[in-house]
Write a protein that binds this ligand. Structure first.
Ligand code: BG6
Length: 450
């Protein structure tokens, strides 16, 4: 079978930083496909390769990369695309077309329409199958997501549509399910009888950088909260799926999302130098702090505190599950610390269980100690990148790492109040935690985990 990935947004940041390295690795591992990158940035293939592909790339990889200057505004664009695709197909008997959309959401509708045109005009003496891959955020809000989906469904069946959230390709995400469902000792403590609160912290040191044009339209809520953070919450709180089929996993995730009310307790802000390079200030939130709860039988009553955004002093990604501290009360000893599970994603993938054990040379005094799993030390540093996992699954036709449309719609419903245009937005100095994040902790009587 000849597989062709038609890369919309083929000269963009995502393609450069994540997709092409993933393609290179997968080709080196024996996967068999050709990439046709589309873009306006270069007029020819040589310039495209010189900029978009690393210098040391293998000949094999280079031979699989093709480029077409593609201006979506040109009415003849689809003809040129169709002709180039037919050239690549040549005499192949069985062909799979994978349309990969790594574009700004504002371009989705046009791109999907163009794909429909190309698709309806493809004729070859071969058996054709197709897939379409759509990057997050899927839409701008609930209405546009539903609209994009209905346009997509005119040309593709739901089975052929892969909606990407690359966090599902991350090792720590998959490990969350294994940690919860392959360990009986965890099962019995993972609910509102034992858990007091959960924190999700995703602080990044970088700003929006070269992605300003994209980010300007998106902001932190659409960029990471509607997708990555919501998916993390489902993995932290879903019931065990009946099987690991994509359908059964989606059923459990949807139950979690449907139980979450639209967020009302939140604040957003932007860092003060945003847009300074381009000479204008952009009103796009780059940081948010919020509180929500999963109102299912086993998780209702556990506050989930989230903070995430850009231009922070330290890159820190972690999930902190804090257990109730009944022991301190029963023993009349306020120095007894709580137990907790700390899943650190950045700078290193580790899982710590914090316990209290006797401090030497004391009389019945305990001290918190950590039992640690370190992914790199235990399994080596060669964990595949998230995008490699995602693309591998697309090639294999396995949808278990892709959010379903219902999950996407529910996530838009939950974050809807955070998307209003007229929200107050704190301007925070770069490398500092916005004041509202500290205030959220103060007013709810907790401390951000550090
Ligand atoms: C992307 C966002 O989806 O995720 C970026 O668009 C963010 O703004 C990135 O920085 C974080 O992903 P990772 O894989 O670096 O944790």
């Amino acid at each position: 079978m000849k597989t062709i990935i038609i890369q919309f947004g083929g000269t963009g940041d995502l393609a450069l930083k994540k997709l092409y390295p993933a393609y290179e690795d997968l080709l080196a591992k024996g996967f068999d496909f050709t990439v046709l990158a589309l873009g306006r940035r270069f007029t020819n293939k040589e310039d495209f390769l010189a900029t978009m592909v690393r210098k040391e790339a293998s000949q094999e990889f280079l031979s699989r990369m093709d480029y077409l200057y593609y201006d979506m505004a040109d009415p003849k664009a689809t003809e040129a695309l169709r002709d180039r695709m037919l050239e690549i197909i040549a005499n192949a008997k069985e062909v799979e077309l994978i349309y990969y959309m790594a574009l700004q959401p504002s371009l989705y509708e046009d791109a999907i329409r163009q794909i429909q045109v190309v698709d309806s005009q493809m004729s070859c003496s071969c058996t054709l199958s197709k897939k379409i891959v759509v990057e997050k955020p899927f839409g701008f809000d609930l209405q546009s997501a539903e609209r994009y989906n209905s346009i997509l469904l005119k040309a593709f069946s739901d089975k052929e549509i892969y909606r990407v959230d690359h966090y599902l390709g991350k090792e720590f995400m998959q490990n969350l399910l294994i940690l919860r469902f392959h360990n009986d000792i965890i099962r019995s403590i993972w609910d509102n009888r034992s858990i007091e609160s959960i924190q999700i912290i995703f602080d990044e040191t970088h700003g929006v950088d070269q992605r300003l044009g994209f980010y300007e339209q998106i902001g932190v809520v659409r960029d990471t909260i509607q997708n990555h953070i919501m998916q993390i919450i489902t993995y932290l709180t879903m019931n065990e799926p009946a099987t690991l089929s994509p359908e059964d996993i989606a059923i459990e995730k949807v139950k979690v999302l449907r139980s979450i009310a639209p967020v009302t307790d939140f604040h957003t802000g932007r860092y003060e130098s945003l847009g300074a390079n381009s000479g204008h200030v952009v009103n796009t939130p780059t940081y948010a702090a919020l509180k929500l709860s999963v109102n299912t039988y086993y998780f209702a009553g556990i506050p989930i505190y989230i903070r995430t955004g850009k231009m922070q002093k330290e890159a820190k990604s972690l999930i902190y599950v804090k257990f109730r501290n009944t022991t301190g009360m029963v023993m009349h000893d306020s120095t007894i610390a709580e137990n907790g599970v700390i899943i650190t994603i950045h700078p290193e993938l580790t899982i710590d269980i914090s316990m209290n054990l006797k401090e030497p040379n004391t009389s019945w005094k305990s001290k918190p100690v950590r039992f640690r799993f370190n992914q790199a030390e235990t399994f080596g540093a060669n964990t595949p990148e998230a995008y490699e996992q995602i693309v591998r699954k697309i090639l294999q036709g396995d949808k278990s790492l892709f959010p379903s449309m219902r999950e996407i719609n529910e996530s838009w419903r939950i974050v809807a109040p955070m998307l209003a245009d007229d929200l107050p937005m704190e301007v925070y100095p770069v490398r500092t935690l916005p004041r509202f994040a500290a205030d959220l902790a103060k007013s709810n009587g907790f401390k951000w985990f550090s």
